[in-house]
Design a protein around this ligand. Structure first.
Ligand SMILES: [Zn+2]
Length: 321
């Protein structure tokens, strides 16, 4: 018999949500702005609105909801349902007791975890990492999140602070990161880092195609535009993409030497650049990881795309109840 769960994916820009069956089918889904710049109460009330609309749908369609899963950024104490730290995009959520807050309004069992952990859970059960025992899943967008599956189970570390791939350092004397560390890969290979680099390079040379493409408005530079021009062979964008792949290959190579996974799944906005980009990263990983570890390693694109977060959140509710 199929069971049904609510999944909520709280991001810096949007809240994505849906009802997902125990077999991974999406019954209904939606998206609303998270309004992350406002007070924590506004964000919590937006999460509550998303849950209420799904509960209304479930009542109308006679679907019994067995649990609610919430994915949020940062280090999450899964037992207490509290965001502990590392939420630079929504800092007002630090120390917020998400589970306790939602319990006031909803009577279903509620579970909370880190969003990238939940993406890994979803990709492992229903997506690109299905059938593999050991996986490293990355989500490369504004920041770089990650989730690790070991022996088929999510690995969270001893104090829920594990799997912070984005904050592994690739330069001991590099750029200072918001986490306090120096040279974190997130500072070099995230979407934000790519756009920042493009702006810096265009400041020096305004005679470039990317500059013309955005009519001189540097705020219009996006990774999509960088990847589009890279595919057309543009010199500046090729430089940015090549360097991004070297940075990612360096960090993933170290992670592969540490974990020896069968598969590295790459998701998030940057993965939308497509297979050519994924293959380029794989090449860099192969150069760096030890040959025994990299020989049978697959570097693949995430399958569940924008839905991975809320599917993983619903799956968390399923696995925890
Ligand atoms: Zn960092």
């Amino acid at each position: 018999m199929k069971n049904y769960y609510i999944g909520i994916d709280l991001g810096g820009t949007n809240i994505k949500y849906g009802i997902v069956s125990s077999e991974g089918e999406i019954v209904t889904k939606g998206i609303i702005p998270s309004r992350a710049n406002l007070k924590k109460d506004v964000i919590l009330s937006n999460i509550k609105k998303a849950i209420s609309s799904l509960l209304y749908y479930s009542r109308k369609n006679k679907i019994k909801i067995k649990g609610i899963g919430i994915g949020c950024p940062g280090i999450v104490n899964v037992e207490k349902g509290v965001i502990m730290d590392m939420v630079p995009n929504i800092p007002q959520l630090k120390n917020v007791k998400i589970k306790a807050e939602l319990k006031k309004d909803f009577h279903c069992p509620i579970y909370v975890d880190n969003d990238a952990n939940l993406m890994a859970l979803a990709e492992h059960k229903f997506g690109a990492a299905k059938g593999y025992k050991n996986c490293l899943c990355l989500t490369i967008g504004t920041g770089i999140g990650s989730g690790i599956i070991i022996d088929g189970k999510l690995f969270r570390g001893s104090f829920f602070a594990g799997a912070e791939f984005g904050h592994t350092s690739i330069f001991y004397d590099g750029i200072k990161c918001r986490c306090g560390n120096i040279g974190c890969v997130e500072m070099y290979a995230s979407a934000r880092a790519m756009v920042k680099k493009a702006k810096k390079l265009l400041d020096k040379d305004k005679n470039l195609l990317l500059y013309k493409m955005v009519n001189g408005n540097l705020n219009k530079i996006s990774t999509k535009r960088i990847f589009d021009l890279w595919k057309k062979g543009d010199r500046l964008c090729t430089k940015i993409v090549n360097e991004t792949c070297v940075y990612l290959g360096t960090a993933i190579g170290s992670a592969v030497n540490l974990l020896n996974p069968e598969v590295v799944v790459i998701g998030g906005g940057v993965a939308e650049a497509g297979m050519k980009f994924i293959k380029k990263i794989e090449k860099e990983v192969t150069k760096r990881a030890n040959p025994v570890a990299s020989k049978n390693l697959n570097v693949v694109k995430a399958k569940l795309e924008n839905d991975a977060g809320f599917i993983g959140a619903a799956l968390l509710a399923q696995l925890s109840s």
